[in-house]
Write a protein that binds this ligand. Structure first.
Ligand SMILES: Cc1cc2nc3c(=O)[nH]c(=O)nc-3n(C[C@H](O)[C@H](O)[C@H](O)COP(=O)(O)O)c2cc1C
Length: 150
């Protein structure tokens, strides 16, 4: 299947998780997964994916502005998918806080879409990370589970 993993990051942790998710997806079968910083996604590019995975750091209890904008544009852009999955990285007690908001926004913007799996929330040890040890393997695992689910 054809997958786009799109993320934004300030300190690299969300990017690391995006790359690990892609590794997981690609380890299951001959999937083609593109991993892109949201600023490098050309919304005019006529591309259809089986799955788009969207990742954001939690900033003040929600997903980052660039990712909000990406989701907001999804209904009107050439980049398309029917299935989605979301993930966030967070620092404090905000487990799943941003992913819940991202899921809600995707469902509003792409009404006939489905969530391939519930969102993944990855804890970092401080503003700059790193991802806490017990969560490191969860990103690749999530990718494997996504590939199996599709
Ligand atoms: C401006 C700003 C606001 C943040 N607000 C929160 C927050 O409300 N809750 C939380 O758990 N983490 C918060 N964090 C921590 C980020 O979630 C953490 O820096 C991020 O997950 C690291 O990912 P990155 O390396 O991809 O940037 C905030 C970080 C920044 C820079």
């Amino acid at each position: 299947m054809k997958v786009l993993v799109v993320y934004d990051t300030k300190h690299g942790n969300t990017q690391q998780c995006a790359e690990d998710i892609a590794d997981g997806i690609n380890s299951v079968e001959s999937n083609i997964t593109e991993v892109k910083n949201v600023k490098d996604v050309d919304l005019n590019d006529d591309k259809t994916y089986d799955l788009i995975v969207i990742g954001s750091p939690n900033h003040m209890g929600s997903h980052i502005k660039s990712i909000k904008k990406f989701i907001s544009n999804l209904s009107s852009t050439a980049v398309k998918a029917n299935s989605f999955a979301v993930f966030d990285t967070y620092m404090g007690k905000d487990f799943e806080k941003a992913v819940k908001k991202m899921e809600k926004q995707v469902n509003e913007k792409v009404p006939n879409s489905t969530m391939a799996l519930p969102g993944l929330s990855i804890k970092v040890g401080g503003m700059k990370g790193p991802i806490v040890e017990e969560d490191v393997s969860k990103c690749k695992e999530y990718g494997i589970n996504l590939a199996k689910k599709m």
